[in-house]
Design a binder for this molecule. Sequence first.
Ligand SMILES: [Zn+2]
Length: 312
Amino acid sequence: MTQRKKSKKRTPRRRRALWALAVAGVVFAFLTGLWWSTPAPRRPAPKQPAQKAAQAPVPKAKPAVEPKKASPPAESAAKPPTAPRPMVAIIIDDMGHGLGPAQRLAGLGMPLTFSILPHSLQAKAVARLAHAHGVEVMLHLPMEPKGYPSRNPGQGVLLREMTRERLLEVLRDDLARVPSAAGVNNHMGSAFTLHPELLEPVLLEIKRRGLFYLDSFTSADSLGLATAQRLGLCTGRRDVFLDHQTNREAIDQQMRRLLALAKERGRAVAIGHPHPETIKALEEWAPRLRRQVVLVKVSEALSARSSPGKGH
Ligand SMILES: [Zn+2]
């Protein structure tokens, strides 16, 4: 009984304690509930994502779109000045003897330049054909070579023995035979081009007519280019002879040299002749040339090389 009494006496205490615990638990739960619930609305966190959501898409979306839109035109606009394709000009010398080679060469659709010998039989017909095909024309001016007269450059040649007056007379007659010429280069001339005093009146007349002069460089000692530069002409020199040897292997090697020089210097000028081997090589090299370089007329290559307005 005592145990019962004791237990009976304890039950109200337990109940009170349980109630107290329950109340305390409820209060605790309530308070913690308040504590956990109140910070949530107090926190600026919901606002931050909202701000982020409001801010983030705007700045992120714009730069994400803008550079993509801006970069392709920037790249395509930047490519031409940073990596321009090298220029190549190809002159076909000794033209005017026949229409056949001229027709084949003009039919290649390449911006070639024909240099026409003044006394050749078809000089005027070849010049007309060239113009009809957008091919530039030059006067191929004969000059005295070493070994003259056994090596004969043909009629209309400038010789070392000539007076200044005679040189100009021959030059004017030669120019009249190829009236549509945009410029002049020397045919042979390994002896004549060593003499600046002989070159000077000739080059001054070429300059006076607004024509350019290209030194064919038939001698390593030629002073044609240096004299023309000193006199302020639009000028330049031949870099490569395509067909000094007319076998195909040699021509291919010179074509590769031409491309390498153009890539190294930005532009290069080649001279070839209307040999069947050269014409065939040009036909076969045309696609590769178009892919790797910009084919231009000699006048374009020289005006890009000279300072603007110089010599014109
Ligand atoms: Zn020649």
